[in-house]
Write a protein that binds this ligand. Sequence first.
Ligand code: GAR
Length: 193
Amino acid sequence: MKNIVILISGSGSNMAAIVRAAGRQRWAERLNARVAAVISNRPDARGLQLAANAGIATAVVDHKSFAGREPFEAALMQAIDAHAPALVALAGFMRILTPGFVAHYAGRLLNIHPSLLPAFAGLHTHQRAIDEGCKLAGATVHRVTAELDHGDILAQAAVPVLPGDTAETLAARVLTQEHLIYPRAIADLLRTL
Ligand code: GAR
């Protein structure tokens, strides 16, 4: 069985979309794959409860209880590797990862970013797209490399930026597309593993 481990920091709606797709599309039977665990760096991440309700193993590796990035990542790697993952999917995981962490999961670490990369790497993507007068915004599923929000693009979806949009209304429109492209990109990748 190919195990997927999903890392979250917050509401976990992308994680939930992946879990839903895995169930509806019967990934266990058709792709020999399952979401094995959901791990958060925040003990209060709402997604943890969603995952537990779906019968998925959960864990917290709280970055605040470590002296620095490296011991945090060592503990995180241990929690992830306990599930021998074929894929590790960052889904709203809001920690910057060191090159050592990225290298450890080379080729099997994915992320979703709320912009049409290579535009708007980093934070505040929706406000920046509005401020620049963009007519299109969107989301990107990409492989993770040591450089933040870079790496091969696996899937993208675009949405219009509408007159009167705020960062919140645009984020909500983009998020509905994230929920479609991330599960699809993961399923496509699983077929090649
Ligand atoms: C999503 O919009 C995701 O693209 C973004 O955080 C949100 C998480 O929502 N990720 C990043 O900004 C990563 N730099 P979710 O917790 O409901 O999936």
